[in-house]
Write a protein that binds this ligand. Structure first.
Ligand code: 13P
Ligand code: SF4
Length: 309
């Protein structure tokens, strides 16, 4: 017997008093059953403020982990516990710990992009997302050097925006570094009036071609307010579903990589409607964290939520 996954998800959601939070890169069918769809920052605020008993987090692991860190009394489940992130992998906790120990004389103020593990968050002074990175860096103490981890591209963009010099960890998002200047030029030749919106995880060569560089959530307002119809969207493919829903009068064109005209994050795409149903039904896999790490990771996250208001 086949079951109607969407109505079963809705039924289980009520039964469990659950909320479904989904990132903008999730597949369209997942976005359509979610209670809230947004960027990392919006998701962190929603996770902290929810009154539900269960948070079903459709995104990647570090996002679900963040929900547990800021709202530990909730059950936090995710469709696939192996949904990782190349940025998280590029900065293992022990490697950062060693780096800070070896450079203790620097007395770094450590700012971590939210795309990292709880262990890395626990070693930082403050967290940021792509949506508030400029604000957070502008609020960093002026008398201490900044170490920015783990995304060198986001870090370089923030330096350009703030004029603040930072030491950058050499990590990147394997999806966003696939976009190239030449491939975007080619598509611009096809759509000469198009505007380009790109995520700050892209390389500088690509960012320089963009009319706007911003978080996934800000892409929605940028596209809604754009004075043209054609917009080239240089980020993960799931974004197009959200944008097409919110900006029905626009022609949204997937930013091309060298190999294809879209870029799927293999981790984001590990989640499926079936796995979402299963995790809601079985309340597993759950995010669990040692309390000492959770507490140490919570402080820089709460500081971020405070500083980005
Ligand atoms: P946003 O916070 O802009 O949604 O970015 C998250 C992410 O993983 C981008 O690759
Ligand atoms: Fe991580 Fe890149 Fe996937 Fe975002 S798109 S979750 S940064 S691997």
């Amino acid at each position: 017997m086949t079951i109607d996954l969407v109505s079963e998800i809705q039924r289980l959601k009520k039964e469990r008093n659950a909320v479904i939070l989904a990132h903008n890169y999730q597949t369209g069918d997942i976005q359509d059953v979610a209670d809230y769809v947004g960027d990392s920052l919006g998701l962190a605020y929603h996770a902290k403020e929810t009154q539900a008993d269960v948070i079903v987090f459709c995104g990647v692991h570090f996002m679900a982990e963040t929900a547990k860190i800021v709202n530990p009394s909730k059950i936090v489940v995710l469709p696939d516990k192996d949904a990782g992130c190349s940025l998280e992998q590029s900065c293992p906790g022990p490697a950062l710990e060693k780096f800070l120990y070896d450079h203790a004389e620097k007395n770094y103020y450590v700012i971590a992009y939210i795309n990292c593990s709880a262990h890395v968050k626990a070693l930082c002074d403050v967290i940021c997302t792509s949506g508030n990175a400029v604000k957070i860096v502008n609020k960093a103490p002026a008398d201490r050097p900044i170490l920015f981890v783990p995304d060198e591209n986001l870090g370089a963009w923030v330096m350009e925006q703030t004029g603040r010099k930072m030491d950058l960890w050499k990590g990147n998002c394997y999806v966003h570094v696939e976009f190239t200047r030449d491939s975007i030029r080619r598509i611009k030749d096809e759509y000469p009036d198009a505007l380009v919106v790109a995520h700050p995880e892209c390389t500088q060569a690509v960012r320089l071609l963009a009319d706007e560089v911003c978080s996934t959530e800000k892409m929605v307002t940028f596209c809604q307010n754009a004075p043209v119809k054609d917009i080239i969207v240089v980020t993960e493919s799931g974004m197009l579903h959200r944008l097409r829903r919110e900006c029905p009068d626009k022609n949204l064109i997937a930013g091309p990589t060298e190999r294809c005209a879209c870029a799927d994050c293999r981790y984001m795409k590990m989640n499926t409607l079936q796995k979402l149903y299963d995790c809601l039904k079985n309340l597993t896999p759950q995010v669990e964290l040692p309390e000492d790490i959770r507490l140490r990771a919570e402080a820089p996250l709460l500081l971020m939520l405070e500083q980005s208001k």
